[in-house]
Design a protein around this ligand. Structure first.
Ligand code: DGJ
Length: 734
């Protein structure tokens, strides 16, 4: 029982027992009215009694003689502005004569099993038809001769509804889309806190929570990438909602470009939530016969707190957003040379690293930035994707072969969307750089952005990358993107299509990814954008993992990884052990804490392992062995946040296997406290009746004990109190 239709009353009830989503067609206006979204309710013949109508003084009304027809007081599915509703609309179309008024009226509906793919855009999917059902509601604006298709998919066994919208111009006149949200919901009250992830370079995904106020509040990006600043995610939680109890509504946009997540609390206490492409600097020309597809918004409802919401996102994104051969496979333990050498390496150095990696049990050696053109610092060579023969006399293929022979896989860094001045690409095709005619082109890290809205640019870069990949055995690609877009203008588009550049750009990026993963299905892609500037669901559709942040300091990472875990599974989070003093913040933390933090992600190293002492090598060998033993659990288990780094000095989290027979707990204490209290952490997600051994200690504990009484943290676990201390506990069912 997923999508129920009352044909006569023209009501739609999407439910899977866990959640319900109800809306209807208004009899007189033919527009859509929202009735309910939240915890599942029983289906009944009609939900007419949920309709709220009342003549309100000072309101304007759509229909003559009907004083209850003010859209300002009616909850809607996909509202427009200026026909009695004064709030921000879900769409805005400029039609003939410059008008902005629309009137999309119900025409028909269509139900399909499963979930159709979105054209040229990433989206969650199904593998079996029974996994979801999709309702498409078709609306039509007679004056614009424009069709609007609102699409809703409900998963059978997940508390998830996805939404998107598609516009089709069936008329003879051109119109312009000024705004086209992916979703809109009018919730009946405003007793919420807005939770979102804010940051900057090297300080991404910091958790924020604020009570809603009357008025407009939003998160967004206008930078050409989803950005370090705001992640394309927000949640509304009740004040009393905790990690494990209470209501939460999550909204996550499967998109990597400019977005907005906006909440408008009106004066009557209605909360309008919308999410989609940022209308700021967006304008899409819809010529006769053309259509426009919005990205997908994934809406999760949880009555089991924030962690309940996160678990739903984790499972969905891990199982039905990430694609390809790496989706269900353990990821290799990698060594990346970036923080070990930066640009200063040659073949000998890389091979030395690879040799040591082999000795330590690592599986993949990644060569980062600097292998091509004359790239000795960040001032040159992006776009010249030809190996530097001084550094690598036998080329990338020669190096890859030598590393492969050691029994270690080889991975390579690219930054395909960028170009440096002085390159062949730049001199031959200056028109391929995004820049506004007659104006200065701003740089970021000395580099310029290629116009990926042009198919020939995408094609050119594809061929360059393909020629490297065809020759060499490459198992992994780190796809970087190190600056935001400025002076966005494409010399390929007419004046009235310049508002399309940012969206067309990201479609070009998706296109390049699609072509590469199609031709090289065995390559593991890791997306990166100066760390986490495109750590978003859109990227995960192409690259199963993403570099979470350029900040590799263990203490900083606690906040970054904790915040990211609100939406993203551990299998998506690139996490490496780096050198001390840390290169981003200068902090010196013990090796075990750097490792204990990096375990809760895809795990790798990013330091000069050739310089390790014999004792350190033994330690690292053991860490790699331990991670390999636990990585399936970490990748596939249920993740629980136990103590928040945003609330104090301690952080704790854990992963429990799906059969509850195993778990791994990470506990971190930033500053040491002398003569501290006896401290316990209460675990979660265990089977209350199972008995568990902790770190193979002889005494076993019932799950309920561990969850209600907690694990005792030894005050001086490492012999003496120490700053930046941590412990990992492994639980096994007896
Ligand atoms: C930024 C990335 O996040 C780093 O890991 C590294 O790849 C550099 N770019 C290389 O320029």
């Amino acid at each position: 029982m997923a999508i129920n239709i009352n044909q006569e009353a023209r009501e739609f009830h999407l439910t899977n027992g866990k959640i319900s989503y109800i809306f209807r067609v208004m009899e007189k206006s033919g527009q859509l009215e929202h009735l309910y979204y939240g915890k599942g309710v029983n289906h009944r013949k009609s939900f007419k009694h949920l309709i709220e109508r009342e003549a309100r003084p000072a309101s304007t009304n759509m229909l003559e003689g009907d004083y209850t027809s003010s859209l300002e007081h009616i909850k809607q599915e996909y509202p427009s502005y200026g026909t009695t509703d004064y709030r921000y609309p879900a769409h805005k179309i400029i039609g003939q004569h410059g008008s902005h008024v629309t009137n999309f009226q119900y025409e028909s509906y269509h139900i399909t099993k499963g979930k159709p793919a979105l054209e040229n855009l990433p989206a969650t999917y199904t593998e079996q038809e029974e996994e979801a059902e999709t309702l498409e509601v078709v609306l039509f604006d007679k004056i614009l001769q424009c069709r609007l298709i609102l699409s809703y998919s409900i998963y059978t066994n997940r508390s998830v509804i996805t939404r998107n919208a598609r516009f089709v111009n069936l008329g003879n006149e051109t119109c312009f889309l000024d705004s086209a949200m992916s979703t809109n919901i009018d919730l009946p009250d405003d007793q919420f806190e807005m939770v979102h992830l804010n940051g900057a370079w090297a300080r991404e995904t910091h958790l924020q929570a604020q009570s809603l106020f009357k008025g407009v509040q939003s998160i967004s990006s206008s930078r050409g990438a989803s950005s370090h600043i705001h992640n394309p995610f927000l949640a509304l939680k009740r004040k009393q909602t905790t990690e494990s109890s209470g209501e939460v509504f999550g909204f996550s946009l499967v998109y990597s470009g400019n977005f907005v997540g906006q909440i408008e609390v009106d004066t009557f206490g209605v909360t309008r939530v919308m999410m989609g492409i940022n209308p700021f600097q967006f304008k899409w020309k819809l010529a006769p016969g053309e259509s426009f597809q919005t990205p997908e918004c994934v809406m999760v409802y949880s009555d089991k707190g924030l962690n309940g919401m996160s678990n739903t996102y984790h499972a969905l994104y891990r199982e039905r957003l990430v694609r390809g051969r790496w989706r269900d496979k353990d990821r290799p333990v990698l060594i990346n040379n970036w923080e070990a050498t930066y640009f200063d390496f040659d073949e000998e150095k890389v091979l030395a690293i690879a040799n040591t990696a082999k000795e330590l049990g690592m599986e993949l050696c990644v060569l980062d930035d600097g292998w091509f053109g004359e790239r000795h610092d960040d001032t040159s060579s992006l776009g010249d994707w030809f190996e530097n023969k001084q550094k690598l006399p036998d080329g990338i293929d020669g190096l890859a072969r030598k590393i492969d022979r050691l029994g270690v896989k080889f991975g390579l860094w690219f930054e395909p969307e960028m170009v440096s001045k002085g390159t062949k690409l730049f001199s031959e095709h200056p028109e391929w750089v995004l820049s506004t005619p007659g104006r200065r082109a701003s740089h970021g890290r000395n580099q310029y952005v290629l116009d990926f809205s042009r198919p020939e640019v995408v094609d050119y870069i594809y061929k360059l990358m393909d020629s490297v990949l065809e020759k060499a055995t490459i198992s992994y690609i780190k796809w970087d993107m190190n600056r935001y877009i400025t002076e966005a203008y494409s010399s390929d588009l007419e004046a009235d299509r310049q508002g399309e550049v940012m969206h067309r750009y990201i479609l070009g990026v998706y296109q390049l990814y699609e072509r590469l993963i199609h031709k090289y299905p065995d390559i593991l892609f890791e997306s990166c954008a100066g760390g986490g500037a495109r750590f978003d669901p859109g990227m995960l559709y192409y690259a199963p993992q993403a570099w979470t942040s350029d900040n590799t300091d263990a203490v900083e990472r606690l906040k970054i990884q904790y915040g990211a875990s609100l939406v993203y599974p551990l299998s998506a989070m690139g996490s490496h052990v780096s050198a001390i003093p840390n290169h981003q913040v200068g902090r010196t933390t013990p090796l075990h804490t750097r490792v204990n933090t990096a375990y809760f992600g895809t795990f790798g190293y990013e330091l000069d392992i050739t310089n390790l002492t014999a004792a350190e090598k033994e330690e690292v060998k053991e860490q790699v062995r331990f991670f390999k033993e636990k990585r399936s659990l970490i990748r596939t288990g249920r993740f629980y946040r136990l103590l928040s780094p945003f609330d104090g000095n301690e952080t704790a989290w854990m992963v429990v296997s799906n059969d509850q027979s195993e778990a791994i707990v990470g506990y971190y204490k930033v500053l040491a406290k002398p003569n501290d209290k006896f401290n316990r952490i209460k675990l979660q997600g265990l089977d209350p009746d199972k008995r568990y051994l902790i770190n193979n200690n002889p005494v076993d504990h019932f799950g309920d004990e561990l969850m209600n009484i907690g694990i005792l943290l030894k005050r001086n676990e490492t012999g003496y109190p120490q700053d930046f201390n941590s412990e990992v506990f492994v639980l096994k069912e007896v």
